[in-house]
Design a binder for this molecule. Structure first.
Ligand SMILES: [Zn+2]
Ligand SMILES: [Zn+2]
Ligand SMILES: [Zn+2]
Ligand SMILES: [Zn+2]
Length: 282
């Protein structure tokens, strides 16, 4: 093990408060990275991972033997799993808004008055539209002044009335997604995680079952503060439509690498993920 790195571990270890499990040391180191990104960029992501083990080891045991051993036996494992939640997508019919133009009024908020059919006038019922006073044929109708029509009492001559469906709001709830703006698909949401393990049992069960439908471990054992591995990175946003076969709440291994390419991006360590293996999954 690099002597320079051990000296650096001794220098940094006082800044690390929690060290029950290596994950805590790793997380605290990343906090330091966020505070001094330029400094840690020079140290490099690979060495930050190594420092995790060295600091953990020295804090726990007072020397670097444990850390050296863990590092020598460690393996990056690429895991995929799902909690069985159906993937949701934005509703196409309403553009994710949850509401669409009111179908009754085409989004105008108004419909033609049904009393006067949109003409704004109704036949005068005193003269039945003749314009003649029914009691005196020589006189024009007193009610409509001889016009035979009167202003429509419902729309007051405006020819339109407020749409009874949307009450003038111009919108109605999207029937496709029922106001949520999203629709649930049959496929699941999956998460991908890169872990670094030094536990030989976990490593061998992962590699044995790699790229099969046999899980490497159960979700219940996939704890953030586990003593068998560190979460290096997780991807929750990635939706992958898989052929059926995965069980919910089981952890499947789709690759392993003892020295993958690592990057320091946005103050987080990321590892080259073998996405190809996922695409080829049977
Ligand atoms: Zn009249
Ligand atoms: Zn009317
Ligand atoms: Zn309407
Ligand atoms: Zn919708």
């Amino acid at each position: 093990m690099n002597e320079k790195l051990k000296k650096l571990a001794l220098k940094l270890e006082d800044l690390i408060e929690y060290y029950d499990v290596p994950q805590q040391v790793y997380d605290e180191l990343l906090e330091l990275v966020a505070k001094q990104p330029d400094y840690f960029k020079m140290i490099g992501p690979e060495n930050i991972i190594k420092l995790t083990f060295l600091i953990y080891s020295h804090k726990k045991t007072g020397n670097f033997e444990l850390g050296d051993k863990m590092l020598n036996e460690s393996m990056f494992l690429f895991m995929i799993y799902s909690e069985g939640n159906n993937h949701r997508e934005g509703c196409i019919d309403c553009g994710g808004e949850g509401q669409i133009d009111c179908q009754e009024c085409d989004g105008t908020g108004e419909v033609p008055c049904d009393e006067c059919d949109g003409s704004g006038e109704v036949t005068c019922d005193t003269c039945n539209g003749s314009g003649v006073d029914p009691e005196n044929e020589d006189e024009s109708c007193w009610d409509c002044n001889g016009a035979g029509n009167r202003t429509c009492p419902q729309c007051h001559g405006s020819t339109d009335e407020t749409c009874p469906e949307c009450h003038g709001r111009r919108l109605e709830i999207c029937p496709t997604c029922d106001d949520t703006g999203q629709i649930e698909t049959d496929a699941w949401d999956y998460s991908v995680a890169t872990i670094l393990s030094w536990d030989q049992e976990l490593i061998s069960s992962s590699i044995e079952n790699e790229n099969t439908l046999l899980p490497a471990m159960s979700y219940a054992d996939f704890n953030y503060n586990d003593e068998k591995f560190i979460f290096i990175q997780t991807y929750d946003e990635d939706f992958m439509e898989f052929k059926k076969g995965f069980e919910a709440n089981e952890i499947y291994c789709f690759g392993h690498d003892d020295s993958p390419t690592t990057f320091l991006k946005n103050n987080l360590i990321s590892v080259d993920i073998p996405w190809k293996n996922l695409r080829d999954y049977e």
